[in-house]
Design a binder for this molecule. Structure first.
Ligand code: FES
Length: 106
């Protein structure tokens, strides 16, 4: 089954911005990097702080609590204190709809 669900509108997510939201009980952070959309679990793997409160720097998102950084494409940690990856989700953009596949987490 396709798990893609519409979670937001492209017009509501400006380039190089991010947005946290809850979809079917799952907290995700949407990221628009230069027009490409990424979706990650909105929970730092260090102490479960929302990554949506952090900053986007290049291809990384920085947790604002202790400074861990994660690759927005893979969820792999790039800086301590996080050592475990965060989940990533497939994204499709159809017109103005941003769709995320919540059933196929990487
Ligand atoms: S909770 Fe994110 S770095 Fe500690």
């Amino acid at each position: 089954m396709s798990g893609f669900v519409t979670v937001a509108k492209l017009n509501d997510l400006p380039e190089n911005d991010l947005k946290g939201l809850i979809v079917d009980g799952v907290a995700i952070v949407l990221i628009n990097r230069d027009g490409v959309i990424y979706a990650l679990e909105d929970s730092c793997s260090h102490e479960e702080f929302p990554l949506s409160a952090g900053d986007l720097v290049g291809c990384e998102i920085t947790c604002s609590l202790h400074g861990a950084r994660f690759d927005i494409e893979t969820g792999v940690p790039r800086a301590l204190p996080a050592v475990l990856p965060v989940r990533t989700f497939e994204v499709q953009v159809e017109g103005d709809d941003i769709k995320v596949n919540l059933t196929e987490a990487a």
